[in-house]
Design a binder for this molecule. Sequence first.
Ligand code: NAG
Length: 135
Amino acid sequence: MESGGTSGMAKRMKVSVCLLLFCSSRQYYGETDTKGEENEPSASNSEQVEIEIAHVLEKINNFTQMVSELLESGKSMLKELSNDFEERMILLHKEQMEKWQEEIKELRTLDAANEDIDALLQNAKYLLQNIHGGS
Ligand SMILES: *[C@@H]1O[C@H](CO)[C@@H](O)[C@H](O)[C@H]1NC(C)=O
């Protein structure tokens, strides 16, 4: 069964699983050949083998489905995590920038206050000189 949302990854996994099936079914035949001569006729034996293979195929499909679902949920979880991380980093950067902007603003204010005091002192000095010069 193929749903519209099947991704390329799921298809690639199905190919891998088919290769796995090929190997394991060969192994399976090897095991039944050595024990198959006890009392069952060979036709019944191969029927049994077909049933068991169908069962394994069903397990493979179920497993592939499960892995595919885990992969999808894992991917969306990581994406969410990465978005969250990005947001936090941007916020951290913004806060640090604001801190330094504030520092610059304070330095400018301090500088302006110093200039005011400087001008005031100059003015006072000038006045004092005039008073002394006038007497
Ligand atoms: C496969 O999954 C179906 C339903 O999802 C379940 O009924 C069936 O027993 C499973 N088959 C195996 C072999 O696990």
